[in-house]
Design a protein around this ligand. Structure first.
Ligand SMILES: Nc1ncnc2c1ncn2[C@@H]1O[C@H](COP(=O)(O)OP(=O)(O)OP(=O)(O)O)[C@@H](O)[C@H]1O
Ligand SMILES: [Mg+2]
Length: 588
């Protein structure tokens, strides 16, 4: 076949393939145009998951009648004149490709007007056909309607998912933008049902709750790079993340915006989750909206056909800034991390057994007093009321108050009293946290203390244990073991980390290797080995402890950096506030 120039409509359809992958991509381009036009109200209405109809209306600047015919021409934009302008781009659009691409694969209509003109204009283009601009009553703003998407590209249409799934993609997209641009009033209607509304007050937390529901109401932690500890030069971070008690099994409610642009960025996601280190259970992920501002010259936005990715000149600084901002938010709100126990109010006169521990654990901050929160965060003396309960209401820097040990329940849990109520501590999880941090501290000093065993231990291993042991040799040595392979199916242990006390190492080494064989719980193999070693060499449930031992344990827990969760992310303690106790005993 001889070389021929492609027909215009074929060029249009091919180009559209890059920009318009599915209904959600159309919505993204349209709302970005509305944002670029400084709209303060954006309404989105979809039918059939967007392939039947997408309509986006805004109250933005509008387009003059004379400009309108250009809007559907490829490479026509009001946002960029020279390539160098990309360096200081303030708008989301810059290619002048979105509208012509969408118009090439749909029945397209744009209706628009500007405040200074008495009448507006409408332009209709069925599947890319040229059309005349006609006058209409001035709508003040712009409404774009896209119907029968991919009606002329059946192959693309076949690749779309169920309408419900496509609608979910759109909802997720609008959730992201509505969270980010909390200063815009958003509404999304799908098949006539309203699925999302925000007020546009500019309050991030309010928008977050409007979008995600009241479940997260007490869990929204604002993040910011303003504080000394979180500052990284050249990067500004704002937005919010969820406290660890609200998490998801996926990352689809965690959004990153760079200079206003929704992007996907794996390393930023990992950087953020690092900040939660061990506060979230394995496989759980936070929700959030992370806004990043950098000098536009430090980021290349022109690296992806749908602008879903960017490239940073200094990615590590950006990742560091995200991590620090999240870390600060989590540390300063660490009270929130403490699960609160709320007891069900029993019907009728309660018996003791009925009242006690009948209730559900509720993961809300609930009735914790303001003073207590203050004490947690500032380490200052608590109020008079709390002083009554404990003379010494001073909290440690780690964020848990000084606790007075009262006793042990079921040889597994320590009961303690602190400012503002009762604390139940899981002795195993608590000790695991302590051990884990001690191991990490030793590792940081690059010289873990070892305790030599008087008689070196020979431990016979099953083949799968041996494989894991071989793989973990270096990491085990780093955390303080001195060990080597011994014959065909055993290891020889000459020394163990000094932090490990009074355990039957022969038995525990099997548990460590078993857990590691399951994949390990840490972000790195070294971390997994440290977590496992801490877990399987710490005090177990069912072990009776003396008061002194319990005091020592709680004392050490108070001094850890993350006292609320063990290395696996399980909680170390529950709290029942004094006011909750009073309520349960009908004193309030
Ligand atoms: N909702 C709107 N309100 C006001 N003007 C709009 C609106 N939508 C589009 N325009 C105008 O139409 C032009 C073309 O829009 P289009 O989305 O095709 O390109 P762009 O936004 O400039 O670049 P990109 O292809 O990167 O999105 C824009 O530059 C803008 O001037
Ligand atoms: Mg655009």
């Amino acid at each position: 076949m001889s070389i021929q120039l492609l027909a215009q409509d074929t060029i249009g359809k091919i180009a559209a393939g890059e920009v318009v992958e599915r209904p959600a991509s159309v919505v993204k381009e349209l709302i970005e145009n509305s944002i670029d036009a400084s709209a303060t109200i954006i309404d989105i209405d979809i039918a059939g998951g967007g392939s039947e109809r997408i309509r986006v209306s805004d109250n933005g600047s509008g387009i003059t009648r004379s400009d309108l015919s250009l809007a559907l021409q490829r490479h026509a934009t009001s946002k960029l004149t020279r390539f160098d302008d990309l360096e200081a781009l303030a708008t989301l659009g810059f290619r002048g490709e979105a509208l012509p691409s969408i118009a090439a694969v749909s029945r397209f209509e744009i209706r628009t007007g500007i405040a200074a003109e008495s009448s507006g204009a409408v332009l209709r283009s069925p599947f890319g056909a040229e059309a005349e601009v006609e006058p209409v009553a001035n709508p003040h703003g712009t409404t774009v309607t896209v119907e029968d998407l991919f009606g002329n590209v059946p192959a693309r249409r076949r690749f779309l998912r169920q309408p419900g799934t496509e609608a979910t993609y759109i909802t997720r997209l609008i959730s992201a933008y509505a969270g980010h641009r909390s200063d815009i009033a958003w509404s999304l209607t799908s098949d006539g049902r309203n699925s999302l509304t925000t007020k546009g007050s500019g309050d991030d937390a309010e928008a977050a709750v409007g979008i995600n529901g009241t479940e997260i109401v007490d869990a929204v932690l604002p993040i910011s790079s303003d504080s000394e500890a979180a500052r990284v030069s050249g990067v500004e971070v704002s937005g919010w993340i969820t406290a660890p008690r609200v998490s998801r099994s996926h990352r689809q409610n965690l959004f990153f915006f760079v200079n206003g642009r929704l992007i996907q960025h794996r390393s930023l996601m990992y950087a953020l989750e690092e900040a939660y280190h061990s506060l979230l259970l394995i496989g759980r992920h936070p929700m959030g909206m992370v806004r990043i501002q950098v000098d536009p010259r430090q980021v290349d936005v022109n690296v992806h056909p749908t602008k879903a990715e960017v490239r940073f000149a200094d990615e590590r600084s950006v990742a560091r800034a995200v991590q620090r901002a999240a870390h600060e938010a989590l540390v300063s709100q660490s009270h929130d991390v403490l699960p609160e126990v709320t007891f069900e109010r029993p019907q009728g006169p309660p018996s003791v057994s009925q009242t006690f521990f009948r209730g559900e654990r509720q993961w809300t901050e609930g009735s914790a007093t303001q003073d207590e929160r203050l004490a947690d965060v500032t380490g200052e003396q608590t109020s008079q009321e709390d002083d009554r309960t404990t003379p010494n209401g001073i909290a440690h820097r780690s964020g848990i108050p000084v606790l007075r040990v009262l006793g042990q329940v079921a040889a597994s849990f320590i009961i303690a009293e602190g400012p503002g109520g009762m604390f139940l501590i899981d002795q195993h999880a608590a000790h695991e946290r302590i051990m884990y941090e001690q191991i990490l501290d030793q590792m940081e000093r690059h010289d873990a203390d070892r305790q030599p065993l008087l008689d070196p231990l020979v431990v016979d291993l099953a083949p799968h244990e041996l494989a894991i042991a071989e793989r973990s040799m270096d990491e085990m040595r780093t955390i303080g073991f001195d060990l080597e392979l011994f014959g065909e199916q055993a290891i020889l242990i000459r020394a163990i980390p000094a932090v490990i006390k009074r355990v039957d190492m022969k038995e525990r080494i099997h548990s460590i290797l078993e857990e590691l064989a399951d994949g390990g719980a840490g972000d790195t193999w070294l971390d997994s080995v440290a977590i496992s070693a801490a877990c399987h060499t710490s005090i177990r449930a069912g072990q009776a402890l003396s008061l002194d031992e319990m005091r020592e344990l709680v004392n050490q827990l108070e001094r850890t950096r993350q006292p609320r969760a063990c290395g696996h992310g399980r909680p170390t303690m529950l709290h029942m506030s004094q006011s909750e106790l009073e309520k349960q005993f009908s004193r309030k």
